[in-house]
Design a binder for this molecule. Sequence first.
Ligand code: PNW
Length: 460
Amino acid sequence: MTTTFPKDFLWGAATSAYQIEGGHLADGKGPSIWDAFCQVPGKILNGDTGNDACDHYHKMEEDVLMMKALNIEAYRFSISWSRLMPNGTTSLINEAGIDYYNRLIDTLIKHGITPWVTLYHWDLPLAIQLEYDGWLSDESIRLFTDYADLCYSRFGDRVKNWITINEAWVIAILGHGQGVFAPGRTSNVEPYQVGHNLILAHAHAVKCYRDKYQSEQKGQIGITNNCDWREPATDSDLDKEAAQRALEFFLGWFADPIYLGQYPQAMRERLGDRLPTFTDEQRALVLGSSDFFGLNHYTTMYAAHDAGDDSAGDVYGNGGLSEDQDVKLSVDPQWEKTSMNWAVVPWGCGKLLHWIANRYDNPEIYITENGCSYNDTVENGIIADTKRIDFFEGYLGECNKAINNGVKLKGYFIWSLMDNFEWASGYSKRFGIHYVDFHTLKRTPKESAKWFAKYIVNNK
Ligand code: PNW
């Protein structure tokens, strides 16, 4: 069995705007729902905010040189909508924000790094939340499409890889179901309305790209969804069905409409009126609306049938609204855990890749995030994060096997280029392969960064 990756395999690293940029009011940027959410007492550990984050907004050139030293071929970042459109609409365009992303894109290209741009990584302009109720309103579909259109028109001459929305599941469940992420709402109805609007917003933004830009600009566009693996807790049919159901409620929720034209049967059966329906026109718009399958993957849990359980999940309760699923989740106490308490289970990644290949007719997949947080320490200038290296070796080994078994995995982005603002956990969780000292903002490559730089070269 070969352990080298195909020659055209794409190696990258990922970040998102709110987690690294800082400059939260710089040069005309408007506030986002994350700026506001961080002001709500008790929402973010230690009262941290992304106001300054890694100050990537002012350290962008230095950070691109850091990417260059890492040998990555592609860099996935997100655009802050309210930096371009301070009130979220076309009525106000902030040219200083556009200049900033132009400089970032040009600097990347100058150093031979391909930009992969996420349009929406959770930082909705606050004005859209206040004036329209954000993603709860179908107005969000039009507003997002206008914003996407601006991005294609200003950056599309150089940006050839677009991701519309990052992790609709997180926006719906953590933002509108459990209330742990912005905008902090708690409901068992809103997540499904929000999910529906996100799918339609994605599809309209893709239609805009295809109608007005794609043939000329020759780029690709898709969506990135997140999914953990769900392994049946036992061999029983009930547990096997529970694991399948859990995957349908997690990934199928967003991928089925795009690849199969409707919501998964398990969701339609169990949610009744809480699950919106697509009109024929909408279904046709959504079906086939992704040029590639973007996947963020972090961990694995066992799934068992459990009618009536409602306490599944981990720190983020990442079983979703488990009472809708009748699934009980658990982990093996033997499994290595990261500082998020997420289990390290490389084979779960392999199984998930095969599940996607089987269910969606073997699409081209890009892993747009995979990584782990550990409590790294600096000793004599060295950050010896051997557990993180083990993590990547394990997960990349499974990726490699999946490719050899016919899965069309085309690329892999490490989460994350550097330590950053980890949402409700603030700066307490370090996912980076570069260490950031949050007092001085100095970046230092961890041993994992040195390892990754070599791994890329050895696999080219
Ligand atoms: C993803 N869950 O978030 C995001 O895309 C990143 O911004 C984030 O830093 C990274 O993963 C690590 O957390 C997730 O509860 C947050 O299942 C929560 C979950 C999954 C992904």
